[in-house]
Ligand binder design. Structure first.
Ligand SMILES: *Cc1c(COP(=O)(O)O)cnc(C)c1O
Length: 376
């Protein structure tokens, strides 16, 4: 038996390792007092862009604000249709509504739960018959695994759509050696504490190689500021990344690649032990997931979760409902087949995944999952 409680995500273990550096960085901010747009923000943006291999990283207040800002920067609003997978965190669709555009929900792939390019094509053709303009697609890298940007990009090119990556769950993932941040023309990510790269509050970033877009985003994050002081040239927001959060993110970024390797090792262990008894994540050749979550699919999910809880193992469900089924979004849902997304929403179950899990705990979790699934 495992004596201490098993955390779903162990932020305390990471903090223990990085605490002296994080404290020194926080002290640095308290000493210079530049709480807004301080030197740590500039340093972090440079390091983040370098990590991803992107030209620009713009630090912002959250992953949700990152999405809203990109839509604003692209001039997307009333009359525009923006395609989003229905199996995602609601912020993806929320951002679209927030700028006055219409989210068009799209079916997902059965294997990955990510946006399905063929369904995107069908949805775009349907929108073409309506009064809406098909303007953009927001692809989500569910659980840390990048969406099919090649497939989505081909559809987008045919129909003139902007491709926006919602990489809130996938920072540190890569496709054929290219990291998240460079897989779409613009990438949004989140530093919510439990994400693969998390701060100690809210934060986010937008990554792009487009100089013009980066400039507009830097303006939008301070009320649409122009070149001159007190000049406002466009509608903007207050959406900056705090200096203190940048200070906390700097040491965390230095261990992200190592943490991703450890998550990958844990995922390999889980897959090795569990794959003959249940459906486990499938990661195609050439892709390295950020492993924000390790998600199994089980029948009788609630009973499996209850059995694991009895054994001291926390689980989570991302997501028990598709966005088109949510009360706030239901009325918008087009008449389309979302049976794959709905099937997933009834079966997915995330088990503990973080870079600081010891081998004994991992084995205990595998034993318990196998036992519980057998019993229900
Ligand atoms: C977490 C998340 C967001 C929102 O990020 P915040 O920083 O919490 O605003 C958006 N999209 C997806 C897919 C997410 O997982």
């Amino acid at each position: 038996m495992i004596e201490k409680l098993i955390p779903f995500v162990d932020l305390a273990a990471q903090q223990e390792e990085l605490r002296p550096e994080i404290e020194a960085r926080i002290r640095g901010v308290l000493d210079h007092g530049k709480y807004i747009n301080g030197p740590e923000v500039i340093e972090f943006e440079a390091r983040l862009a370098e990590f991803a291999g992107a030209v620009h990283a713009v630090g912002v207040s959250s992953g949700t604000d990152a999405l809203i800002m990109v839509l604003l920067a692209k001039g997307i609003g009333s009359g525009d249709a923006v395609f989003v997978p229905t199996f995602t965190f609601p912020a993806t669709a929320e951002a679209v509504l927030m700028v006055g555009a219409v989210p068009v929900f799209v079916e997902v792939e059965a294997d990955t739960g990510n946006l399905d390019p063929a369904s995107l094509e069908t949805s775009v053709e349907q929108v073409a018959l309506s009064r809406l303009r098909a303007s953009a697609v927001i692809a989500v890298d569910l659980y840390g695994m990048p969406a099919d940007y090649a497939g989505i990009g081909a559809v987008a090119e045919r129909h003139g759509l902007t491709v926006i990556a919602d990489a809130a769950q996938s920072f540190s993932a890569e496709v054929n050696g290219r990291r998240v941040g460079t897989l779409a023309e613009v990438t949004c990510t989140s530093f919510f504490p439990a994400k693969p790269l998390g701060c100690y509050g809210d934060g986010g970033a937008v990554l792009t190689d487009d100089d013009n877009l980066a400039g507009i985003l830097r303006s939008i994050r301070v009320h649409g500021a122009g070149q001159r002081r007190y000049e406002n040239v466009r509608l903007g927001m207050n959406a900056r990344l705090d200096t203190l959060q940048a200070a906390i993110l700097l040491p965390k970024l230095t261990v992200l690649a190592k943490e991703r390797d450890r998550r990958e090792e844990l995922a390999a262990k889980y897959t090795g032990r569990l794959s003959s008894s249940m459906r486990v994540p499938v990661i195609p050749e050439g892709i390295r997931s950020a492993w924000a979550q390790y998600v199994i699919r089980v029948e009788q999910r609630d009973r499996v979760a209850a059995g694991l809880k009895e054994r001291g193992i926390p689980t989570a469900v991302y997501y028990p409902r598709c966005v088109h089924q949510q009360p706030a979004y239901r009325a918008l849902a087009q008449d389309a087949d979302f049976s794959t997304a709905e099937h997933l929403s009834e079966r997915v179950l995330a088990i503990p995944m973080h870079p600081y899990m010891d081998a004994q705990t991992a084995e205990y979790i595998c034993d318990s999952v196998l036992e519980t699934v057998r019993q229900v």
